[in-house]
Design a protein around this ligand. Sequence first.
Ligand SMILES: [Zn+2]
Ligand SMILES: [Zn+2]
Length: 308
Amino acid sequence: MQLLFLGTGGAWGLPEHQCPCATCAHLRAIGEQRTRTSLWLQGPARVLIDPGPDLRAQLMREDLPRPDAVLITHEHGDHYLGLDDLLCYRRNLPPEDWQPIPVYASQETWQQVEVRFGYLLGSLLEKRLAVPGRELSGEPFGPTLACRPVKTDHGPIPKGSVGYVLTDRSGLRPISLGCTSDLMRVSETEGFAGLDLLVCQSHFVHEPAINRANHLSLQRALPLLAQWQPGRVYLVHLSCQDFIPGDDEANRMLKKYEPSEPLRDPAGRPYPIPRDQAAWQALAERVFGDHGLNMPVTVAADGLRVEL
Ligand SMILES: [Zn+2]
Ligand SMILES: [Zn+2]
């Protein structure tokens, strides 16, 4: 199985348009960027997780064919607004050769998605239900490629949020992969335990004093990862929303979140806020080492491919 990171950024991508903060200014200067977080799995089937608003550019960048299934994690725009971009696959085939693409989401998520994209159902997309804790049914899922939605808590508005755990049993031994998507907590604590690979949200470094966005910080992820013990971890959904000491003009913006008790190194110093891929990777390795997490950690970048 191969995992491809189509995008690795937060809800507005990085750098964020017109954001004057030190992180975004630095990213513009060095030409680094992240599109909205989205994953592509190539195994017994092709599975697209979270068709976000950057989908067209991501599909073109990687030259990807029609997916066999689409999984939506929740009803925030950065996780499903690209559904319309899947039309290219139907438009460019003779009508008799076309099969609608199965799309899975929870009932609460469908209530929102269907209002926006109901016109695509039946012709382009086939609506299927993801019930937390129950294996998905219908092709391409079954004994060879199993997929189980895990209920997550991403605050009061996106009530339908789930993560997904996929298990590929086509090889000599089963390979399991999970993606948490956006969350604050997991109701089903065993849901992401003991996986070979976990794609985990890391929206902030430091847990904000008031986490209005209901996103997972690296600080809040540490005890969860210690409990789940995945074989390796990939961090995604990075943002520019941490306060950066000294970046006073930016720190006044609504989107900048001040920590109450920042994540500290063993000497008691708060960890610095990383501004680019290399700094994020160095920080993640340091934080994992300082906090007794022994599994390899990678800060995913757009276009990264991982063999499982
Ligand atoms: Zn998101
Ligand atoms: Zn979200």
